[in-house]
Design a protein around this ligand. Structure first.
Ligand code: PLP
Length: 895
């Protein structure tokens, strides 16, 4: 770190070229007056660009205007940019320009394009003074950026032709990119889909997250076991812009004192403790077929570089000052690899506060520039909490308003409640976040006081309104009176938000009637809404499945239409009986299966036939998602095959069972499931009697870019969670959108998918959510709970050592046999097997199967994340899109 960077922010020299419109949101030196924001903006006409232009100092305007026209519009210009980046930015020669260098240079050429639109978008939003959405998520599972940038900007063909002249295939260049894997699974991917939709729909929106040095670990399978390897993804990342001038010092620990002024007003002061510096890294988020380019701001932690460090340094205590530095950096070092589970680790709470405090500082500073009154804050700012991880933002905003800005409690609290919305993602009790009061007291003493006050006022209100229900207070208290006392983050999030939403209808109903029932009574039903999840069709149809997208385009008037309005997919239903269309459809599925078969061969060495039925379950490994039921079903199939004569076996429809997904490193049972899948695979795949009739594949290191290969190749995918446990699921939507059918339980969004595509096009099975409690109760207290006989045979095979050391899998068997079968594997097993047989029968009738697939895709329009974001905008955020002037963007060649 240079000594320049160690200067405290306030000592930094003001830049002579400080922008008049502060688009990047630099904190800027205190006390430096900037030139006044000249309001030449007079609405959205041709004035718009003029308005921005007028804000540029006169002597810079000509150069600025020239720059606006830069970038590339054609193949020649693109090639020129690539060569320039290889030779100057990368300091390499075209003589040894390999695929890595070509990827880097291509990305930089596109980044240049993005950044121009990004600047303009921010200027446009600042001029329009429009309300912005801030999406706070501890995870953004973005995947690769280059292909998406090419598509959204609309210059993929130019790049393809240019690269081809330079001797490269565009697919090879795209696949050089390392996934940005700053997330665990569905929750993080949802955030990424939302960013894509927000930009594509021209909503003024920012994402805020953490810039982890290590994203989700890389999974290796060694001798059938999961091994975790660090994912150091930042080696070369052309998609981020470090903002060394956008920094905030975040305080931890310390103590609180109070002062009283003449009027008797008490003010709290949080002093002492430790400072850690947050540095902003900005990632441009391009919209599809629009110049709108939003921002994802990720915070990275550094030592604060305050006087303390200098002291140590000057005293020659160099090692200790480096140690301080490293300690500060650990805050944003790793993504916690737990999906749907939060353990009370101090560093995790530190991450949460660090991220939330930096983000709020940034949001508040941007608001203060508008010089509006505080009560207008909710007219300018909507903050969405993706799960309870950012709940501290509620407390932090209240603290800023009362301690730093001097507002009254009630005025401040009104602003807070109107600003926040909270999205719940789970009903699993172990996943509801809690932190011990002791840890809060130590790490964030002032915040704990505020939480106590929030709780006090809340409970007083409850007591006034429900004086007869004596237990109500302890049930809804934000502080759980346990040993030790705990802060219930979900309750805090509910109390501090104006809207709480679940992510699929069943899920929203369940939270209203179970975990948040009392809060519905207290606040009334209108506060609790449903917004069913969606996925972006740009990545999950067009990018992942270019051939299918092209075929659909022939019936819908080009991809630029249905990729912006996914309900247009319904037009393909008119072609469901068109032989040529059906033939094309089937050929595309086969080609996608061949692509996956090739990938399986190169990564696992196993040869699978693309003619077989591909049965896929890829998602985080979790008992509630029931990969164990799937592999037990595979074992059952294997046992049936073994009992057949060779003639009988020849008549069986061949099947490839494909698994993928990571287990949290400390989740022993999930790791045992992975081990069993791999052990079954090595027996089945090497059994000469079985041949092509059954193959079992575990694909290592499931992530977004692997999903893009796997999903389009699926015939049937499994979404078989115990009813009532999967909030929504989003991969179910991805699979159906790509022309695969699903086998699933009546859970999460499966129910709405069924409603949209029709019962006849989905394979549902198993017990319903409303029966789960009774079944569990019966397992625990009923007399002699019998397990399904087929499952018993599967267990016997495992325990006789058919798949290696039986002891390795004792836990999985015991969970069902001895520990009450919490996930109801035995209860659903029979129904599952029957339904799998029905899948085999249906697949044998290829004509009918193709009809089901086409019909399903045609009816999937509802599940676009565009629809979902429009619902949030209307029902929760109250924001409007800000459409760019058509003539103000760089001319776009649409697809
Ligand atoms: C969509 C997606 C998920 C979510 O899958 P579910 O089956 O809905 O849990 C997880 N990981 C990746 C990489 C995804 O793309």
């Amino acid at each position: 770190m240079s000594s320049e960077q160690q200067l405290p922010t306030r000592q930094r020299r003001p830049s002579a070229t400080a922008p008049i419109v502060d688009i990047q949101g630099s904190v800027g030196p205190a006390g430096v007056t900037r030139p006044k924001h000249r309001r030449t903006f007079t609405g959205f006409g041709a004035q718009e660009i003029k308005g921005v232009e007028a804000s540029i100092p006169e002597h810079m305007r000509e150069a600025w205007l020239k720059h606006q026209a830069s970038g590339f519009q054609n193949k020649e210009q693109f090639e020129k940019e690539v060569v320039r980046h290889v030779e100057t930015t990368l300091a390499r020669s075209m003589f040894n320009c390999d695929e890595t260098a070509a990827y880097a240079a291509t990305s930089l050429a596109f980044r240049d394009r993005l950044i121009i639109e990004w600047n303009r978008t921010q200027q446009r939003q600042t001029f329009a003074d429009s309300k912005r959405v801030y999406y706070l998520s501890l995870e953004f599972l973005m995947g690769r950026a280059l292909d998406n940038a090419m598509l959204n900007i609309g210059e993929k063909e130019v790049a393809q032709n240019g690269l081809s002249e330079l001797g490269f295939r565009v697919e090879d260049i795209i696949s050089q990119e390392h996934d940005a894997a700053l997330g665990n699974g569905g929750l993080g991917r949802l955030a990424a889909c939302f960013l894509d939709s927000l930009a594509s729909l021209n909503y003024p929106a920012w994402g805020y997250g953490l810039r982890y040095r290590y994203g989700i670990f890389k999974q290796e399978i060694i001798d059938g076991y999961q091994v975790e390897v660090p994912d150091y993804w930042l080696d070369f990342n052309p998609w981020e812009f470090p903002r060394h001038d956008v920094t905030v010092d975040i305080q931890f620990y310390g103590n609180v004192s109070k002062t009283t002024d003449e009027s008797g007003k008490v003010t709290a002061h949080w002093q002492g403790g430790e400072l850690v510096r947050a540095v902003a890294y900005d990632v441009p988020i391009p919209g599809y077929a629009t110049p709108s380019t939003n921002n994802l701001r990720l915070w990275s932690s550094q030592a604060s570089g305050g006087e303390f460090d200098f002291q140590k340094f000057n005293n020659g205590d160099y090692e200790s000052s480096v140690a301080d530095q490293q300690r500060a950096e650990t805050i944003s070092a790793v993504l916690y690899p737990n999906d749907n589970l939060d353990r009370g680790k101090e560093l995790r709470l530190k991450q949460q506060y660090f991220w939330v405090a930096a983000s709020l500082y940034d949001i508040v500073r941007r608001f203060k520039k508008t010089k509006r009154a505080w009560r207008e804050f909710p007219d300018q700012v909507a903050i969405q909490l993706n799960d309870t991880h950012p709940t501290l933002a509620i407390v932090e905003l209240q603290r800023i308003l009362i301690d730093l800005e001097g507002l009254d409690w009630d005025d401040a609290w009104n602003i807070v409640q109107q600003t926040f919305g909270y999205t719940n993602h789970t009903v699993l009790p172990e996943a509801l976040e809690k932190w011990s009061v002791g840890l809060f007291q130590h790490l964030l003493p002032r915040h704990l006081q505020i939480i106590y006050d929030i709780n006090l006022f809340f409970l007083q209100m409850v007591e006034r309104n429900f004086p007869k229900d004596r237990d109500m207070l302890s049930r809804v208290s934000i502080i759980e009176e346990s040993q030790p006392k705990m802060v219930r983050m979900a309750y805090l999030a509910i109390v501090g938000s104006h809207k709480v939403n679940g992510v699929a209808e069943l899920h929203s109903d369940l939270i209203r009637t179970t975990i948040f029932k009392d809060f519905v009574t207290i606040f009334g039903p209108d506060k609790f809404v449903n917004v069913t999840n969606g996925i972006t069709p740009r990545r999950w149809l067009h990018q992942a499945n270019p051939k299918l997208s092209a075929l659909i385009a022939t019936k819908t008037g080009g991809p630029e239409h249905f990729l912006k309005d996914l309900t247009l997919l319904n037009k393909i239903e008119l072609s469901v009986n068109d032989p040529a269309f059906r033939k094309e459809w089937a050929a595309i599925k086969l080609a996608n299966k061949q692509r996956l078969a090739d990938y399986i061969k190169t990564t696992t060495g196993v040869v699978v036939s693309p003619q077989a039925l591909f049965d896929v379950q890829v998602k985080r490994i979790h008992e509630y998602k029931r990969q164990q039921m799937n592999i037990f079903g595979v074992i059952h199939r294997y046992l049936v095959l073994k009992s057949m004569t060779p003639e009988q076996r020849k008549k069986v429809l061949p099947r490839v069972s494909i698994f993928g997904g990571k287990a949290a490193p400390g989740y022993w049972m999930a790791k045992q499931i992975i081990h069993l899948i791999n052990s079954v695979g090595s027996v089945v795949n090497n059994d000469p009697e079985i041949g092509d009739a059954l193959k079992v594949i575990f694909l290592e290191d499931y992530n977004v870019s692997k999903a893009e290969i796997i999903i389009p190749a699926s015939d049937i995918s499994e979404h078989i969670s115990t009813a009532g446990t999967e909030a929504s699921g989003t991969s179910n939507m991805k699979f159906v959108l790509n022309g695969g059918l699903i086998i699933g339980t009546c859970d999460g969004a499966n129910i709405e998918i069924t409603r949209e595509i029709g019962e006849e096009n989905i394979f549902l099975f198993g017990n319903l959510a409303e029966d789960v409690d009774d079944l569990r109760h019966h397992h625990t207290y009923g007399q002699d709970h019998k397990i399904d006989p087929s499952l018993d045979k599967v267990f016997q095979a495992i325990q006789s050592g058919t798949f290696g050391n039986a002891d390795d899998f004792n836990g999985m068997v015991a969970a069902v046999r001895e520990h009450g079968d919490f996930y109801l594997v035995s209860d659903d097993f029979h129904s599952y097997l029957e339904t799998q047989e029905l899948v085999d029968k249906s697949y044998a009738d290829q004509e009918l199967w193709v009809t089901k697939c086409i019909t399903s895709v045609a009816r999937m329009g509802f599940f676009s994340s565009d629809r979902c974001i429009n619902e949030y905008a209307e029902e929760i955020w109250n924001v409007e899109p800000l459409k760019p002037e058509t003539n103000s963007g760089v001319p776009k060649t649409e697809l």
